[in-house]
Design a protein around this ligand. Structure first.
Ligand SMILES: Cc1cc2nc3c(=O)[nH]c(=O)nc-3n(C[C@H](O)[C@H](O)[C@H](O)COP(=O)(O)O)c2cc1C
Length: 190
């Protein structure tokens, strides 16, 4: 369990931030892979991404290819929803927020240069993600000459956080909503 009925909301907030920050460092942490949901018109579209950085204000960073569908979808509609689950702690965290992209300069200076060359290839495919190819192998082709041309860092600024703690004695659901730049918490019926 990450929290109980007697844990104060401020403590729960701190626990959630701590666990999310741990997930950026510990490869096996269950919060490392997050379901990242965008909208494609009126059709929700989700995929897993790796949580790369979490600030004390709960701003979250993700790396992707700027040619990917999620980037076009965020430009069209920046409202996104993130979903985490910690199976051994039986805790779900849902975060709604606004996504933006860092400038190329910021992304390169602060992040690209720390990515090992082998991992940089994830952002150097020689065709845009989701391009149809006649053989699977063609989809694996990269062009390292691209360097960081298509590397993009998404920042999500949270506006609503919900924690659901499963418990055989009764599930617990706590919401945090940003109101006038202050986080307000309330317990909810699970
Ligand atoms: C466990 C896991 C982690 C992933 N991490 C990332 C990631 O950090 N960034 C990314 O762009 N895609 C990541 N992917 C691939 C995405 O799920 C997705 O297939 C890809 O980004 C294309 O998404 P889009 O076409 O919806 O934009 C990951 C997939 C899995 C299964």
């Amino acid at each position: 369990m990450l929290f109980t009925a007697t844990t104060r909301p401020e403590e729960i907030w701190a626990i959630v931030i701590k666990e999310l920050q741990l997930a950026t460092k510990i490869v096996q942490h269950p919060f490392r892979f997050v379901n990242f949901c965008t909208s494609a018109g009126n059709q929700p579209d989700s995929r897993y991404v790796v949580l790369r950085e979490v600030t004390e204000e709960l701003q979250m960073l993700f790396y992707t290819d700027s040619r990917s569908k999620k980037i076009a979808q965020i430009r069209e509609n920046p409202h996104v929803s993130l979903l985490f689950y910690h199976p051994s702690a039986r805790c779900q965290v849902k975060i709604k927020g606004i996504a933006t992209m860092l400038t190329q300069k910021e992304a390169t200076k602060n992040y690209w240069e720390n990515i090992p060359p082998e991992a940089q290839k994830a952002y150097q495919s020689n065709r845009p993600p989701k391009t149809q190819v006649d053989r699977a192998e063609k989809g694996m082709m990269v062009d390292v000459e691209y360097q960081n041309k298509f590397f993009s860092v998404i920042k999500v600024i949270p506006k609503e956080v919900e924690c659901l703690q499963l418990d055989s004695k009764g599930h617990l659901r706590l919401a945090f909503v940003l109101e006038n730049e202050k986080w307000q918490s309330s317990w909810l019926v699970p």
